[in-house]
Design a protein around this ligand. Sequence first.
Ligand code: TYD
Length: 144
Amino acid sequence: MNKNDSAYFIEFAEHGDERGNLVVVEGERDVPFAIQRVFYIYGSDTDMVRGQHANRKSQFVLINVAGQSKVKVMDGLGNEAVFCLNRPRTGVYIPTMAWKEMYDFSPDAVLLCLASEHYDESEYIRDFDAFEAEIAAMHKGGAQ
Ligand code: TYD
């Protein structure tokens, strides 16, 4: 799988049998990066908005392994997409330099996040105006 500049759904193979379901996510096979970090979010109120940041280096895949939530992804150029995550075998890929917001968490939501990088706060952009300015500068400079 290749890195993509846009967010997109990923459907994972299901290896279930009469004993139950099993979903496998392998780095560089089922997601387009080597997985360096795993974290998960649960217990967020329905009216809580999480994320609200972009990452200069990290790519992510988000999977609601339980319950559901929505993920809004914005490219800083005026385009946005909303992904509804409501199945343990469906994820959303989020590229670098994408503004993301997670919200509408169901009470039972467990949002699993796979990341391409170890945690480094300095690669997070947490101000939307600063994010838009960096995107504008990238395009002005001819960066992809
Ligand atoms: P934050 O990035 O605000 O969470 P979210 O994007 O899911 O809303 O992170 C919340 C806190 O957790 C913040 O103090 C940073 C810390 N944190 C880590 O130490 N390591 C991590 O991998 C992540 C994602 C967060």
